[in-house]
Design a protein around this ligand. Structure first.
Ligand code: MLT
Ligand code: MN
Ligand code: ZN
Length: 305
């Protein structure tokens, strides 16, 4: 299986258009070509990955507002070389968040209906609160499929498991409190035995998720915030990381110390918010993550499993 991180940042990207936090400032520094070490942080596009079985076609997992430039990253691949192809066997949505779904509208030139896989809850949100599916009807259309707990798609065995009960903001008045809004995905390539688990919106790290992580060769994990009160502390938001359905990295019950103990061969952070100090070169927080044996995801990172 080939996995490509198309975008490693959370919603807003890195740097974000209206943000001047220390990280965004570091991402805007001149490139420093003549210095031995650059203090510039690498820019990141918004949260999405692509996955391909060793003998299959590509699956797009989440469709970010940066999908157009992200797909150019896959240009060299065979599936992208025919005149007017649809290089994806399907598009899987882990939730209905704006940063994970807005790319659908940018794929409207498709010559066939987009094959979209999501939970029924997400489908309903995308036909009512944020009606992307309805909007696409007069363009390429959407052929929707329900994400089943276990399914085989494009040569990959996929398991779907609950991750978060946090609704997208645009649905917060229209939801029951116990509903599952975000899921995680485990992909297994039978031909190679490679297993990937993808959890961009991890609200808690319970035993069943830890077991799943330890049974995977690589995990792509929610790295949204370093601190729970990261946005309120910078004066740029009122909600804590936990209130947004994202377990922060730091602290005794944060994800970093728990991930550090897991035996998974590769642990990579994704969906990293621009305020997270791990994005700043040489920051103490970045060094702490690396010292814990955890990688910080970046656009274009390819993983073969
Ligand atoms: C999230 O990941 O919590 C959302 O994408 C935040 C947002 O609404 O941008
Ligand atoms: Mn997000
Ligand atoms: Zn910022």
């Amino acid at each position: 299986m080939l996995v490509k991180i198309l975008g490693a940042s959370a919603g807003g990207g890195f740097p974000q258009w209206n943000c001047n936090c220390p990280g965004c400032q570091a991402a805007r520094l001149p490139s420093g070509q003549h210095q031995r070490r650059s203090h510039r942080a690498k820019s990141l596009t918004q949260s999405s990955i692509a996955v391909q079985a060793s003998n299959g076609t590509w699956l797009l997992v989440n469709a970010s507002p940066d999908v157009r430039s992200q797909l150019e990253m896959l240009r060299g691949q065979e599936e992208f070389s025919s005149a007017r192809s649809n290089p994806f066997a399907g598009i899987i949505l882990t939730d209905a968040e704006i940063d994970h779904t807005t790319g659908l509208i940018l794929l409207r030139e498709s010559s066939q209906p987009l094959k979209v896989y999501s939970t029924p809850r997400v489908k309903q949100a995308l036909t009512t609160g944020y009606p992307l599916f309805s909007t696409l009807q007069n363009y390429c259309g959407v052929e929707w499929f329900s994400l089943e707990q276990t399914m085989t798609l494009s040569g990959l065995e996929i398991e779907v498991f609950p991750l978060s009960r946090k609704p997208p903001k645009y649905m917060q008045e229209k939801t029951e409190s116990e509903e599952i809004w975000g899921v995680g995905l485990t992909f297994c390539d039978r031909a190679t035995g490679g297993i990937l688990t993808y959890t961009p919106g991890l609200a808690e790290l319970n035993d069943s998720i830890k077991e799943r992580f330890e049974a995977s060769h690589c995990i792509l994990v929610d790295g949204t915030c370093w601190q729970n009160d990261e946005l309120p502390a910078l004066g740029i938001g009122s909600r804590t990381a936990r209130q947004m359905g994202h377990l922060p990295l730091s602290g005794e019950d944060g994800s970093l110390s728990q991930l550090a103990k897991l035996a998974t061969p590769r642990k990579i952070l994704v969906h990293i918010n621009n305020t997270n100090p791990i994005l700043i070169p040489d920051s103490n927080e970045r060094q702490a993550v690396e010292a814990a044996g955890i990688e910080i995801g970046y656009d274009g990172l390819a993983i073969v499993l």
